[in-house]
Ligand binder design. Structure first.
Ligand code: COA
Length: 463
C-alpha cells in the first residue's frame, strides 16, 4: 500500500522511531486487565478517573505518549493503513481481509452518494448556521433515510433493556463503592442484545460515509457553491477533499488527509465519545448517538482548538516575534493554543506525525510556510519552559490546522473534519458498549436544603 507516496511513509516512520526512542515500551498490566466488577477507583468531578466499562477498541497512555487502536500502534496504522481499513478495524475489532475491505469500500461508495437527503438539507439555511449545527442536522436527515428505524418492529425489544432504576445503586447508599453495589442485575439479559444486527452495522457504514459528504457539502454551500457528487473512483480521504475544493487532490494531499483522519478516528472515553455512548445506552439509535457526539465536539474545550491555534499563529505574525509574544502570554497567564492535554503529559503521538506532514505541505505554500515557521519556533520556546517541568507539549491541534490550510480546508470546517474522522470511533465504541449494555446512570451528591416550606408566589421575596 502507498507505493506512490513513499516520502510520506518515510516521514511517519521517522516520527515513530523518534517516539519509540523517547518513550518506554513497558506495558501496563494494572491498567489493561479485565476488571472484576464492582471496582473501587478514585473519581474526580466530571467523572475524572472513573472507569465506566471495558473496551478493546483503543488505549491511550498519556505518560508515555501511546495511542493504540485494537492493538495496533497509531504510527503503524498511519504508515501502512488507510482510513477505510481503520474504520473497519474500529467497527469489527480486526483488520479486513481483501474481500472484506472490497465489500466495505463498496458500501461506503454507495452511502457517500446521498443526493435526495442533500436536496432536503439544502432547504435549510445552512450558510447561516454554525457548521457543527448544520452537520448535526444532516445526521438527523440521514436518519430519515432509514425510516424503517421508526417502525415498531425494528425498535429494540424492551425485554433487552436493563432499566436505569430497577437495579441501580439506591440514592441513599453511602458511596464507598463496596458491598452490594451495582452489578447485581441479570447478566443473561445483557447478553441478549448483540451489535451484529445488520441494521446497526449498516447505519454505522452509512454514517461514516455520509458525514464526510455532508461536511463537504456544508463547506460548499457556505462558500456559495453547489455541493459536489462524490467521485466513485476516489478513496474516502480523496473524496472528502474533492467534494470540498472541487479539485482532485494530489496523491500526497490524499495521503496526508487520510493520515489526519486515521489520527482523529478514536481517542478513548473523551467527552464526545462518552456523549455518544450515553445516548446509545438508552437504546436510542446510532444516528442520535452520533448527533450527540457532534454536539459535544462543538464545545471549544473539546474540538476546535486547531482553529484557535491557527488564529494565534496569525496573531504572532512572524517567527521573530515568538519570544516576546510568549513572554507576554506567560505573564498574562494565557494558554498556548494547541498545547497541553488532559491525558497526554508526554508528547502527543498525533502531533509527532502531523508536524512533519505540515512541514512537507507548507514548503510549497507561500501563505502557510511563515505560519509553520512561527509554529516551530513557538514549539521550541514553549517546550523549553513548559515541557519537562509541567508535561505540556504540542497536542494534535497545534499542527492539524496548518495541515488543513495547506489543503484548502476552510477554518470553519476544521471541527466538522474532526467529526468526519471521529464518527468511526463513536460508532465502534457504541457497537462495543451495546454488547454489554447498561444505561449510564451516575449520581450527583445532593447538597441542597430539606424541609423548606412552600410559599405562595405572592409571598415570595426576591433574594
Ligand atoms: N499553555 C500554557 N499553560 C498551560 C496550557 C497551555 N496550553 N495548558 C495547561 N497549562 C497550565 C495551566 O495554566 C495550569 O498551570 P498552573 O498549574 O500553573 O495553574 C496547568 O498547566 C494545568 O492546567 P489545566 O488546564 O488544569 O490542565 P488540563 O490537563 O486539565 O488541561 C487542556 C488540558 C487541553 C484543557 C489545556 O491544556 C488547554 O486548555 N490547552 C489549550 C487548548 C487546547 O489546545 N485544547 C486542545 C486539546 S486536544
Amino acid at each position: 500500500m502507498h507505493e506512490d507516496t513513499p516520502e510520506i511513509t518515510e516521514l511517519v516512520l521517522k516520527a515513530a522511531q523518534k517516539a519509540r526512542k523517547e518513550t518506554s515500551s513497558e506495558p501496563e498490566p494494572d491498567l489493561t486487565q479485565p476488571l472484576h466488577w464492582p471496582i473501587n477507583c478514585t473519581v474526580g468531578p466530571g467523572l475524572e478517573g472513573a472507569i465506566a466499562c471495558e473496551s478493546k477498541i483503543g488505549y491511550v497512555n498519556g505518560a508515555k505518549g501511546w495511542l493504540i487502536y485494537c492493538g495496533y500502534d497509531i504510527f503503524d496504522l498511519c504508515a501502512h493503513s488507510t482510513f477505510e481499513e481503520v474504520s473497519y478495524l474500529l467497527l469489527h475489532g480486526r483488520l479486513p481481509t481483501e474481500l472484506q475491505l472490497r465489500r466495505f469500500t463498496a458500501k461506503l461508495r454507495r452511502y457517500r452518494h446521498v443526493p435526495q437527503t442533500l436536496r432536503r438539507v439544502m432547504s435549510f439555511p445552512i450558510e447561516e448556521m454554525n457548521t457543527m449545527a448544520a452537520l448535526r442536522l444532516c445526521t438527523n436527515m440521514m436518519r430519515q433515510e432509514f425510516t424503517k428505524r421508526d417502525l415498531e418492529a425494528s425498535r429494540p425489544a424492551l425485554r433487552d433493556a436493563v432499566y436505569s432504576d430497577e437495579d441501580s445503586i439506591p440514592m441513599e447508599t453511602v458511596p464507598t463503592g463496596e458491598e452490594h453495589a451495582i452489578y447485581e442485575f441479570e447478566r443473561k439479559r445483557r447478553a441478549q442484545r448483540t451489535p451484529d444486527g445488520a441494521s446497526d452495522l449498516e447505519s454505522c457504514y452509512h454514517l461514516i460515509a455520509g458525514v464526510a459528504t455532508f461536511a463537504a457539502a456544508i463547506a460548499r454551500i457556505r462558500s456559495g457553491a453547489m455541493p459536489l457528487e462524490p467521485d466513485p473512483e476516489l478513496s474516502h480521504a480523496a473524496n472528502y477533499l474533492y467534494m470540498i475544493t472541487g479539485k482532485r487532490p494530489t496523491p500526497q494531499e490524499e495521503r496526508v488527509m487520510d493520515i489526519a483522519l486515521i489520527l482523529h478516528a478514536d481517542h478513548g472515553m473523551n467527552a464526545s465519545t462518552f456523549a455518544a455512548m450515553v445516548v446509545a445506552s438508552t437504546l436510542s439509535d446510532i444516528y442520535f448517538s452520533v448527533g450527540s457526539g457532534i454536539a459535544a465536539l462543538n464545545g471549544p474545550i473539546h474540538g476546535g482548538a486547531n482553529e484557535r491555534a491557527l488564529r494565534m499563529l496569525h496573531e504572532i505574525g512572524h517567527r521573530d516575534n515568538v519570544e516576546a509574544w510568549f513572554k507576554k502570554a506567560r505573564t498574562q497567564k494565557r494558554k498556548i493554543m494547541g498545547f497541553g492535554h488532559r491525558v497526554y503529559k508526554a508528547y502527543d503521538p498525533r502531533a509527532r506525525v502531523l508536524a512533519p506532514l505540515a512541514k512537507y505541505l507548507a514548503r510549497k505554500n507561500k501563505e502557510v510556510l511563515p505560519l509553520f515557521q512561527t509554529a516551530k519556533k513557538l514549539e521550541k520556546v514553549a517546550v523549553a519552559e513548559l515541557g519537562k517541568n509541567k508535561g505540556i507539549f504540542p497536542n494534535v491541534d497545534f499542527f492539524s490546522g496548518l495541515v488543513y490550510r495547506c489543503m484548502d480546508i476552510p477554518p470553519a470546517l476544521f471541527t466538522p473534519t474532526f467529526a468526519v474522522a471521529r464518527v468511526a470511533g463513536w460508532a465502534g465504541r457504541v457497537l462495543e458498549y451495546l454488547q454489554h449494555n447498561r444505561i449510564f446512570r451516575p449520581r450527583a451528591m445532593y447538597t441542597g436544603h430539606f424541609n423548606k416550606t412552600y410559599a405562595d408566589i405572592a409571598g415570595r421575596r426576591k433574594k
